[in-house]
Design a protein around this ligand. Structure first.
Ligand SMILES: N[C@@H](CCC(=O)NCCCC(=O)O)C(=O)O
Length: 253
């Protein structure tokens, strides 16, 4: 039995004096071990990406989190270097990939930077340095060395009643999640439906209105504990089920 293919666009990372197209291991493992798909890393290209070629072949798309921020010019905002770090190659690849993935009805799961890209790709804006806004919690990653502590599950999020997230997570009401972000959805894109919020009003999960398949974004990081934490696992399992369904019924190329 062959595994369905799940595309993950890369970040550009500078390591050992060279630029690398990189994806964190947790995303690869969550796709492979919980969604039961074969991850395919898509290079981050500022120009020349043939996304049709990719989307003709894959059965799902996962947009990962990243320490970099979507460039504010992409949502019409003024900016300074303090709004960075930026990754223009990742922006160019994933924003267009998101639009084409939704258009084709290919299952899409967008995580952290991913939900922010999903909002911008569909015409929304981002709020920056949200911890400085009165009444907003500090959602940033804790200043600790250990990755497990950084990604610890420590913040409540309220799932909207009757939302598809309720179905995917298999629970109602409150879910505890991790949190590692300075930005969040500002003006919501008209095509996005709020699926979950934090008590400070931060949008924590969305779905795409009118999408023909699974198309959701979450501001937290289900990939990190996908094998052990029940709601994290449930979300990746629901994504995997949607991917297998797409693979079984995919339009002939
Ligand atoms: N940069 C954006 C998106 C946040 C995000 O995706 N965080 C992942 C953190 C990865 C890491 O640093 O290990 C924001 O800050 O809102």
């Amino acid at each position: 039995m062959t595994l369905p293919l799940i595309a993950i666009p890369a970040d550009i990372r500078h390591l050992d004096k060279a630029d690398w197209h990189a994806v964190q291991t947790q995303y690869v493992n969550a796709v492979l071990k919980v969604a039961n798909g074969m991850p395919i890393i898509i290079p981050a290209l500022e120009t020349g990406a043939d996304l049709q070629t990719v989307l003709d072949r894959v059965d799902g798309v996962l947009i990962s989190g990243s320490a970099t921020n979507v460039h504010p010019s992409l949502y019409g905002a003024d900016w300074t270097e303090a709004d960075g770090p930026f990754d223009p190659a990742r922006d160019a690849t994933s924003l267009e990939l998101i639009r084409q993935t939704i258009e084709r009805g290919i299952p899409l799961l967008a995580i952290c930077r991913g939900i922010q890209e999903l909002n911008v790709a569909l015409g929304g804006t981002l709020a920056r340095e949200i911890q400085d806004q009165p009444g907003t919690w500090d959602h940033r990653k804790p200043p600790v060395e250990s990755r497990d502590e950084m990604y610890s599950i420590r913040q409540p999020v309220l799932i909207e009643q009757g939302s598809c997230m309720e179905r995917y997570l298999g629970l109602t009401g409150e879910v505890q999640v991790n949190s590692l972000h300075r930005q969040a959805i500002g003006e919501k894109a008209p095509r996005l439906q709020v699926e979950a919020k934090a008590q400070d009003g931060t949008i924590e999960a969305v779905s795409v209105i009118g999408a023909t398949g699974f198309a959701v974004g979450v501001q937290w990081h289900p990939e990190y504990w996908a094998e052990g934490d029940r709601p994290s696992r449930a979300l990746f399992e629901a994504f995997g089920a949607a991917v297998r369904d797409y693979a079984a019924h995919r339009p002939k190329a």
